[in-house]
Design a protein around this ligand. Sequence first.
Ligand SMILES: Cc1ncc(COP(=O)(O)O)c(C=O)c1O
Length: 449
Amino acid sequence: MVNRDKLSKAYARELETFRRIHPTSIKRFEAAKDCLLQGVPLNWMVRYAGGIPLSIDDAKGVHLRDADGIDYIDFCLGDTGSMVGHGPEAAAKAIAEAAYKGTSHMCPTEDATWNARELQRRFGMKYWQYSTSATDANRFAIRLARQITKRPKVVVFNWCYHGTVDETIATLTPEGKIISRVGNIGPQIDPSYTTKVIEWNDVEALENALKDEDVAVVMAEPVMTNIGIVHPAPGYHDKLRELTRKYGTYLLIDETHTICCGIGGYTREYNLDPDIVVCGKTLASGIPVGVYGFTEEFGNKAEAELVALYGLVKGIGGTLAANAITMAAMHATLEHVLTEDFYKHAIPLAERFNAGVEAGIKEFNFPWSTTQLGTRTEYWFLPEIAKDGTDAVNHRDFELDWYMHLYALNRGIFMTPFHNMAVMSSATTEADVDKHTEVFREACAEIAD
Ligand SMILES: Cc1ncc(COP(=O)(O)O)c(C=O)c1O
């Protein structure tokens, strides 16, 4: 068991160490407070373990170097944005070349077509569109689904995350009421107008949500990844497909993180049959991108709607989406970086990482569990893998979480903030993984009863 007394003391010591060895990151953070709100470019960065984000000067492969000259093995990799590693050669070259040939001119480039054909091959969806982020891809896909079906609502799973999409920032109370998610800034409108929230893996709740036939689309990560990794129960995906079809609701599979499973995400690996696929993040080696693809049937209906609206479609697109530099980066990434070989290297490393963590947990008899999904692995402070979002959220432990993160950080390992998640890349080595295993074991030893 974890000894809470030892934990509090060890945590205080790690915090003190963190502050002592990062004088430059702290100085930069304090100095930025007169021009960046709270001293950070994005508000959630103040929630990093230690309360201050590292200021990064350089990143290559799976290594980060911070402003104090400290080197880290990066297991966060931009929370999948840089799953391909920082600055992969082929993408860096394509980006540099594209920068001299015009980055944004509101006209298509041939790379946009090449990429769409490649996405077609990987995910099986007929038509593709671009956005500047996966958040936007989700937003635009929802709009098309609502336009086609003339239905107002979406279904999401409790504690899901699909980016900052208004309709999805909702949770369920224990009494089953749909409310704006805790911490949601400037709640849009009462989310129960736009959204039905159900628990992952609950077939009955799914059917209840769909049977009024007012739901345009169900949005699902094929495996929940944003509240720990929560796998589908056996047969759940079949039910999801069967019931969405039965009630005339579209099924959107968000592969933004589950692209960790293989070149066509979980959809390809497990033969899913969605109407819409969304992806983003790592597809252009860290250059902002989002994509959404859909079936021929969906595409034909969307086109008919666009024609009926005289093509004056508002609220979809954006001037910078599909710009030339992003398309060039994506082409290079798909052709040379995010290939079958990438996964052949990275997935066994995730298995090795997971085995290392499991050994530590077992040695100290902690009531924690681990799980792996392709190149991704995560441990969570509950004895068995969570069955739904509520199960996972009930076992969050912030002191323990910050301690584990700081302990690793102070020894040159950068884990994904807000998770105990690690992603492997083609540049990750067995030695990197073994270093984590060693540090993880030491962190556990310090707080064991
Ligand atoms: C499943 C999923 N979809 C969409 C997004 C949004 O991605 P972005 O922040 O790049 O828009 C995220 C971000 O973490 C995600 O996890």
